[in-house]
Design a protein around this ligand. Structure first.
Ligand code: ATP
Length: 144
C-alpha cells in the first residue's frame, strides 16, 4: 500500500527583499497581503503563487505574532514553506516613524489638492505605504 505523506506541522518562512533577508523562521501560521486580498497560510496549504500588495504581513510562532510592512512582490506557498520576495519590507524596529509621518502628510496634501502634475495613483500608494508603516511600528509583539 502506498504511504500517505505526513502533513507538515510547521512552515519555514523566508522573507527577503532585493537588498536583504529579513526573516528565516519556523512558524505556525502566516497572513499575507495578497493583491486579491489578505490570506492565511497554515502548514499543509495547497501550493500557490500570489502577487503582493501594500499591507501588513504577520506570522505566528506559538502564542506570539510578529508584524512586517510589505510593499509589492511575490509569495510562493508550499505545504511546508512560504517564501516572500518583497520589493520593499520593514520590521517594526526598521521603521522611521517621522519619515512615515512626513510621507503621509505629503501624500495627503497631493490627494487633497490635485494638480495636473499629481499622479493620483502614486499618491494613493504612498499614503497606503505610510499608513501601513505607522501601524506596523506601533505593533509590539502581541499575544494572540
Ligand atoms: P519615502 O517617501 O519616505 O521615501 P517611500 O514609500 O517612497 O518613502 P519606498 O520606495 O517604499 O519609500 O522605500 C525605499 C526604501 O526606503 C526601502 O528600503 C524602504 O524600506 C525604506 N523606507 C521607506 N520609508 C521608510 C520608513 N518610514 N522607515 C524606514 N525605512 C523606510
Amino acid at each position: 500500500m502506498a504511504e500517505i505523506p505526513a502533513l507538515p506541522t510547521h512552515l519555514t518562512l523566508e522573507i527577503v527583499t532585493p537588498d536583504r533577508s529579513l526573516v528565516t523562521e519556523k512558524v505556525d501560521e502566516v497572513e499575507i497581503p495578497g493583491a486579491e486580498g489578505y490570506f492565511g497560510v497554515l502548514p499543509g496549504h495547497t501550493p500557490l503563487l500570489a502577487t503582493l500588495q501594500v499591507g501588513e504581513l504577520w506570522f505566528r510562532k506559538g502564542n506570539e505574532k510578529f508584524y512586517l510592512s510589505i510593499a509589492f512582490g511575490f509569495a510562493e506557498v508550499l505545504p511546508d514553506r512560504v517564501t516572500i520576495l518583497a520589493e520593499v519590507a520593514e520590521l517594526p524596529d526598521d521603521i522611521d516613524v517621522a519619515r512615515a509621518e512626513a510621507a503621509k502628510r505629503r501624500a495627503e496634501e497631493r490627494i487633497a489638492k490635485p494638480t495636473v502634475d499629481v499622479d493620483f495613483e502614486r499618491a494613493r500608494m504612498a499614503l497606503m505605504k505610510s499608513l501601513v508603516r505607522l501601524q506596523v511600528s506601533t505593533r509590539a509583539r502581541s499575544r494572540v
